[in-house]
Design a protein around this ligand. Structure first.
Ligand code: HEM
Length: 820
């Protein structure tokens, strides 16, 4: 309406009116707050100072009144006319007082700051803090950072004073965000006045021009005013509780929030156009105790007669990336979040218990696409988290519903090529003892198998490798090999290395293929034979071809190992085998070292034993001894040479008695250490396969899958009690997770969303007392145990039982600490 009227009244070209209009709402809504009006006028005067063209403030009043009159023609009367006139005249008065000043002030301030030498700058920075600490000694408790950091902040402050003139709108936005960060730092607003005075005094001592001093003071005061305002608006009790990092304080602070806004209080504080999330702030500032309490509070299901309240939706809507945030910045909070997504019934029926898993936001994002939650959990590489009930449930859903089939389809192709490869290299080839007796049909079949492999298997592998290479180069996904050599990142994946090796083997096989070489040989003996391999060139390459074919066969089978992912047990076993391989490597390298050592020392002896006549022969014999392949009758010969006999005996003791048993012990140790996590690692592997398989799933299939999960349906808690949507209900054996605690907190009384929840009886104090008592008992038990051990008193059974007690007490106390 305003713009229409301004155009009609002939002020269409007065674009400065738009600038006023942008701040007009703030001015009108804060008409009773003279400080705020002054602040808005200060900022507006800076914005208008950058406008090139005439500004006649009276014109704005005319358009404003005309617009208001036409907006509310019936209600408009002389009282309104007087009020709005008064309002605009005040604004005009304030703006007029500032008009023309900003440009000269900006120039003077720029001159002053640019003219400062390095020494003068250091002096100014030091002086600001010196003077501030004299004016407000308590300020030292907040500025605890290193001097360099404080100097950096001082530079920023000075920079802001000039920026305010140059880009006032952006700076107001930035200051809102900065103010919210100062709320997080817990800075009382009383410190801002002395800080500004200190900075202004410090500038005065630099003998700056009067105009520059004025500009600095005016600009810094404005910055400080906006900061203080945002701090006051943003200092909610929740933010204050975060600074104390005390869960009890937080619970107390949030208990007064209306039940309908409780989740928002924990997730969103808005000042102007900027907002901050107390939850994320507490994670960023390391107040993890309060962050944990917030997550717990958000994920408690509360209910009155009318509604269920559960912060899960609010949490994921406000922070769709919360899983990523937690996995990287606070992984210890992930179990709290995941635990909160489970509801377990206290009651059981026919030995079964209902369990609701609220996993909607872990599977789909706000737009209904695949959520990256699983990818982030896999990136976190924590074998414990991936085995959490919630993650197991939703990843298994994705696996059985979508990814498993897609993955299997991909592997079916590979299985088929393996079958063809086996047929072409190991079955058809071996049907006749003499290859010359092969029938035409057999030779054609072998040729067909090999061509299929070269075209379809090698071709597919080649395309895949080139595609991955190009993607990595394009996206600069390069890792440094030995710290210098750039290396495409896709080759850090073992399967991809296997694929590359197989492709290279097939490539070499293709170049050495005897059938190809015989095709063009034209030798008279085999003129009538189709696709034979017996020509001279073919015979020459046969040996090398067969060896590479054997390696390729091994690689084919090794690459099939990822099919084990269908069974977590087998997959975990394969992973364990891979992990303990390094121990075997250590054993083999020590064995080689010992063989070389003993073979060279036996060769130095004066003997006539044929088996150890020189180093290579000796090394071979020692290797046969180690592997139990040395013929026993050859020991007879060794016995005749006493010096050789003694050295070989020493070798046998070191290798067979010591090293082999050490290997067993090593394998045992390594197995035990990875055993606990092996299913977790198997699940991590499956997780990464799910993530990559889902990238290729069509939108239609994905939508069908989502529809089958029916997240929009509300799930029953107990019979007839229809609760919350967004989850999946399963039943589990009653004794799997026995619980006697009701997970839903129900409250009587008013059901108005504007009412806070009635005070909950936490029994915190009683719990604290019990905790303390338990700790005293545990400490006493420990002391008694250690004393009795020192004195060596007590029977063996006593010692046994006491050590058992102490270990339990250790566990308990660590558990108690952890939960604190
Ligand atoms: C006009 C006044 C002020 C301005 C313009 C200002 C500006 C800044 C800026 C730019 C930072 C940099 C860090 C960030 O971006 O979060 C900062 C950090 C900080 N400020 Fe202020 N500040 C002012 C007043 C104060 C006062 C009066 C105090 C306390 C007595 C204070 C305490 C802090 C603290 C504790 C930090 C955090 C330092 C860190 O992260 O290591 N500030 N301030």
């Amino acid at each position: 309406m305003f713009l229409f009227n301004s155009a009609v009244m002939g002020f269409g070209n007065s674009l400065w009116m738009h600038l006023v209009l942008e701040q007009f709402d703030n001015m009108v809504t804060n008409v009773a707050n003279s400080y705020r009006i002054q602040e808005e006028c200060d900022v507006l005067s800076l914005v208008l100072a950058q406008y090139e063209g005439p500004i006649i403030l009276m014109e704005f009043k005319a358009v404003m009144l005309a617009s208001l009159r036409s907006l509310v023609p019936k209600d408009w009367d002389s009282a309104h006319e007087v009020a709005w006139n008064w309002f605009w005249e005040n604004i005009e008065h304030m703006l007029r007082a500032l008009m023309g000043k900003p440009a000269t002030q900006q120039h003077a301030l720029d001159q002053f700051i640019l003219g400062l030498s390095q020494d003068q700058l250091t002096f100014l920075r030091r002086e600001i803090y010196k003077r501030f600490f004299t004016l407000a000694p308590a300020g030292q408790d907040y500025f605890k950072q290193s001097t360099t950091r404080l100097y950096w902040i001082a530079d920023k402050v000075v920079e802001m004073t000039t920026e305010m003139f140059k880009d006032p709108k952006r700076l107001v936005e930035d200051i809102s965000a900065l103010g919210l960060r100062h709320v997080g730092y817990g800075i009382p607003t009383e410190f801002f006045a002395p800080f500004v005075s200190a900075a202004v005094d410090a500038v005065k001592t630099m003998e700056a021009q009067e105009l520059a001093q004025d500009a600095f003071r005016w600009s810094l005061t404005l910055v400080s005013k906006i900061l203080v305002r945002t701090i006051l608006e943003g200092s909610t009790i929740v933010m204050k509780a975060i600074n104390t990092n005390d869960a009890k304080q937080l619970r107390k602070a949030i208990s007064v929030a209306p039940r309908g806004k409780r989740a928002q209080e924990l997730l969103n504080i808005t000042v102007g156009t900027k907002s901050i999330s107390p939850l994320i702030w507490s994670i960023e500032s390391g107040s993890l105790v309060t962050a944990k309490a917030m997550l717990e509070d958000l994920l408690v299901i509360r209910a009155d007669r009318d509604n269920y309240y559960f912060g899960c939706d609010h949490l994921f809507e406000r922070h769709p990336e919360i899983i990523q945030r937690l996995s990287f910045d606070a992984p210890q909070l992930l179990p709290t979040l995941l635990d909160g997504l489970i509801w377990r019934s206290r009651t059981t029926m026919n030995g079964q218990r209902r369990v609701n898993y609220y996993v909607k936001h872990l599977i789909q994002d706000a737009e209904g696409h695949f959520n990256q939650a699983l990818a982030w959990i896999v990136e976190g590489h924590d074998p414990k988290i991936i085995c959490h009930d919630v993650v197991v449930l939703f990843s298994d859903l994705l696996w059985s519903g979508l990814a498993g089939h897609t993955f299997l389809l991909g592997r079916c192709y590979f299985l088929f090529t393996l079958a063809v490869f086996i047929a072409g290299q190991s079955i058809l080839q071996q049907l006749r003892e003499d290859l010359q007796n092969q029938t035409d049909g057999e030779r054609i079949a072998i040729f067909a198998c090999r061509i299929t492999i070269y075209v379809f298997s090698m071709g597919a592998l080649l395309i895949n490798q080139v595609r991955c290479l190009i993607t990595d180069i394009r996206e600069r996904n390069l890792v440094k090999l030995f710290g210098v050599l750039p290396f495409p990142q896709y080759l850090t994946n073992t399967m991809q290395i296997g694929n590359l090796a197989l492709m290279l083997c097939l490539l070499v096989m293709c170049t050495q293929e005897p059938i190809f070489h015989c095709l063009s040989s034209g030798e008279a003996d085999f003129k009538d034979l189709l696709f034979h391999q017996h020509c001279f060139a073919g015979e020459q390459r046969k040996e090398a071809y067969a060896t590479i074919s054997m390696v390729a066969m091994l690689l084919y089978w090794a690459l099939l190992l990822d099919l084990t992912i269908f069974s977590m047990r087998i997959s975990a076993f394969t992973l364990v085998c891979g992990r303990v391989l390094s121990e075997l490597g250590l054993f083999l390298s020590s064995l080689v070292f010992l063989i070389v050592t003993f073979a060279s020392s036996i060769a130095a002896l004066n003997h006539h034993c044929e088996d150890f006549i020189n180093i290579p022969v000796g090394a071979l014999s020692l290797m046969e001894i180690s592997l139990g392949m040395f013929p026993s009758q050859n020991f007879q010969e060794i016995q005749d040479e006493i010096s050789v006999l003694l050295t070989v005996s020493l070798f046998i003791i070191v290798v067979i008695v010591f090293l082999l048993n050490l290997l067993v012990a090593q394998l045992n140790g390594a197995y035990a250490s990875v055993y606990d996590d092996m299913v977790g690692y198997a699940r991590l592997t499956r997780g990464s396969i799910i993530v990559s398989a889902l990238e290729g799933v069509s939108a239609n299939r994905w939508q069908r899958f989502l529809a089958s999960l029916r997240f929009e349906e509300r799930l029953e808690f107990n019979e007839g009690d229809v609760g919350l949507a967004g989850g999946i209900q399963v039943t589990e054996p009653a004794n799997e997770h026995p619980t006697t605690v009701e997970n839903i907190r129900r409250f009587g009384g008013s059901t108005s969303p504007a009412m806070p929840w009635p005070e909950e009886v936490h029994g915190d104090e009683a719990e604290d007392k019990l905790d303390r008592l338990e700790k005293v008992i545990l400490r006493a038990t420990k002391k008694i145990t250690s004393r009795s051990k020192k004195n060596g008193t007590g029977s063996s059974s006593m010692a046994g039982s006491s050590s058992q007690m102490s270990s339990t007490s250790d566990q308990d106390s660590s558990g108690a600490d952890g939960s604190e």
